[in-house]
Design a binder for this molecule. Structure first.
Ligand code: SF4
Length: 289
């Protein structure tokens, strides 16, 4: 539970800048949580569809998922003050992709091609041929890379077991794939997924608090489904919880995406305590990296 370091950094940064600069423009939500972003827009963040809508000389904040090099260049041309909220973990992947692509290597990104992190990451592959795959079917559609140097990189918040399956498929298809390839799944995501796997053996229901567009909330749902948890529900806040789901449930777990504020968890627990008898236990696990 709680913010990961990348989300905490971006939100802190946005709050500080809003204090000193007044309005700050964004093209993407700084982090993928609807409730949190509604509050941030209330504080003076202004959402626009393109950089062109931002008045020259104003301030722009790029989200924790990063932005393409072209977006940074255009913001500079418009003399915008740039607040770079890119998570350092994401930034490190961008730098690796940019570095390797300079040497003409082919890049395969395992990720969701519509997600802002992957749209930005593709931008760092520059002129190099870059392919995005999400599942085994996409791997089968890749061209023949005989004689080419190929590396893969991965979206930071996917289900780690899903990523492992795709890496195995890539290795079958491209046996010469470079050892310098990286599985970039972030520990903030892996740890939550591991917690879901562990707790799924002892609960009838998992309540995931996170937004539908949060990749790591969706990964937690995927993990819980794969673990065959009897009931799974994803909500943005306690207001979306239909209490009928609690019938026949003797024990349940609450897990959150890495962009879910802790006060939403507290509100859910208060709501449940007011409406039924529940006993709360903290589930602690030791994770070794
Ligand atoms: S989940 Fe990991 S990669 Fe994503 S913002 Fe948090 S720390 Fe960064």
């Amino acid at each position: 539970m709680g913010f990961c370091s990348g989300v905490a950094r971006a939100i802190d940064m946005a709050k500080q800048v809003l204090k000193f600069c007044g309005n700050v423009y964004v093209i993407e939500d700084v982090v993928h949580n609807k409730v949190l972003m509604r509050d941030m827009y209330g504080l003076g963040l202004v959402k626009v569809s393109t950089l062109e809508e931002i008045p020259d000389g104003a301030s722009v904040m790029f989200s924790a998922h990063g932005a393409t090099p072209e977006a940074f260049a255009r913001a500079e041309e418009k003399e915008l003050t740039i607040i770079d909220g890119t998570c350092p973990v994401v930034k490190a992947v961008q730098l690796s992709v940019s570095e390797y692509s300079k040497f003409g290597k082919k890049i395969i990104i395992i990720g969701n091609r519509a997600h802002p992190e992957i749209i930005a990451l593709k931008g760092y592959a520059g002129g190099a041929s870059c392919f995005v795959v999400y599942d085994e079917g996409d791997c089968d559609l890749l061209p023949d890379f005989s004689g080419e140097e190929v590396l893969y990189f991965t979206q930071t918040t996917l289900d780690a077991q899903h990523v492992d399956r795709i890496i195995s498929r890539l290795k079958e298809k491209i046996p010469t794939i470079s050892r310098e390839s990286k599985n970039n799944t972030c520990h903030a995501a892996i740890d939550r997924q591991a917690a879901i796997r562990n707790v799924s053996k002892i609960v009838d229901l998992i309540i995931i608090i996170g937004s539908s567009y949060s990749a790591n909330a969706r990964s937690l749902e995927e993990v819980a489904k794969n673990e065959k948890v009897k009931k799974i529900v994803r909500i943005d806040s306690e207001q979306e919880l239909d209490l009928s789901i609690m019938s026949d449930v003797s024990s349940f777990a609450i897990a959150t995406a890495s962009s879910t504020p802790k006060n939403i968890v507290d509100s859910l627990i208060n709501f449940l305590s007011q409406n039924m008898e529940i006993e709360i236990q903290n589930f602690e696990q030791k994770i070794e990296h």
